[in-house]
Design a protein. Structure first.
Length: 186
C-alpha cells in the first residue's frame, strides 16, 4: 500500500503528469508512472498464480483456521516453514520463527545473548502480524494478551502471543488438526 505523495503521483494520468512536468522531468515521470503500472500488474499476476498453487495444500488450509492468519500470512508461513517434520519440537520451530529469547543463562545469571538473527525473519514477521490480529479478533487471545501487557512491555506481550501461535501451528501441522484456541490459550 502506497501512502502520501507517492499515492497521489501513482494515481495521475498521463495528461496530468504533463501539467506538472516538462522536458526530461516529464519523460522521467511518464516512465516512472508506466513502471509502477506494470509492476502492479505483475505483482497481481504472481499473487494470483501463487494462490492457485497454494490453496490445495493441507498445511495452508490448516493455517487458515488460526485467527489472525489470512491468505498472505498463511502463504508466508506455509512456504517458509516447508515440511514440519524437519523440526524436532515445538520449541525448535518457535526458535526458528524467532519467537523466543536468545539469551544464555548459567546458574541463574545472564551470561550473554546468542545470535538474535538466527532463524527465519519472514516467519518472525508473519507470526508477529498473526499475533497482533488474533489479539484483536479473538476474545480468548485478547484476554491473554491484555493480562501479559499489564505485566510487561507491549512488544514482549505481542511476542508472547506470537510464540504461542507458532507453537500451536507446529502442533497443528504435525497432527493435521485445525486450530483450537482453548488448547493454545487456556
Amino acid at each position: 500500500m502506497v501512502s502520501g505523495y507517492a499515492y497521489q503521483i501513482k494515481t495521475l494520468s498521463q495528461p496530468q503528469i504533463a501539467d506538472y512536468l516538462s522536458g526530461l522531468a516529464l519523460l522521467s515521470g511518464e516512465i516512472t508512472h508506466q513502471a509502477w503500472a506494470w509492476l502492479d500488474g505483475a505483482i497481481r499476476r504472481i499473487e494470483q498464480e501463487l494462490q492457485q498453487q497454494i490453496q490445495p495444500r493441507q498445511d495452508y488450509q490448516l493455517l487458515q483456521s488460526v485467527p489472525g492468519i489470512g491468505s498472505v500470512l498463511g502463504t508466508t508461513i506455509a512456504l517458509e516453514t516447508g515440511t514440519i517434520q524437519r523440526f524436532a519440537s515445538a520449541g525448535n520451530y518457535a526458535s526458528y520463527a524467532r519467537c523466543v529469547k536468545s539469551e544464555k543463562i548459567s546458574n541463574g545469571k545472564r551470561k550473554g545473548q546468542g545470535n538474535k538473527k538466527n532463524g527465519n525473519k519472514y516467519l518472525a514477521w508473519a507470526f508477529m502480524e498473526a499475533g497482533h490480529y488474533s489479539a484483536i479478533w479473538n476474545p480468548r487471545v485478547k484476554r491473554y494478551y491484555q493480562r501479559k501487557k499489564a505485566r510487561v512491555h507491549i512488544l514482549v506481550a505481542k511476542k508472547a502471543v506470537a510464540n504461542k501461535l507458532a507453537r500451536a501451528c507446529y502442533h497443528m501441522l504435525k497432527r493435521g488438526e485445525k486450530f483450537d484456541v482453548t488448547r493454545a490459550f487456556s
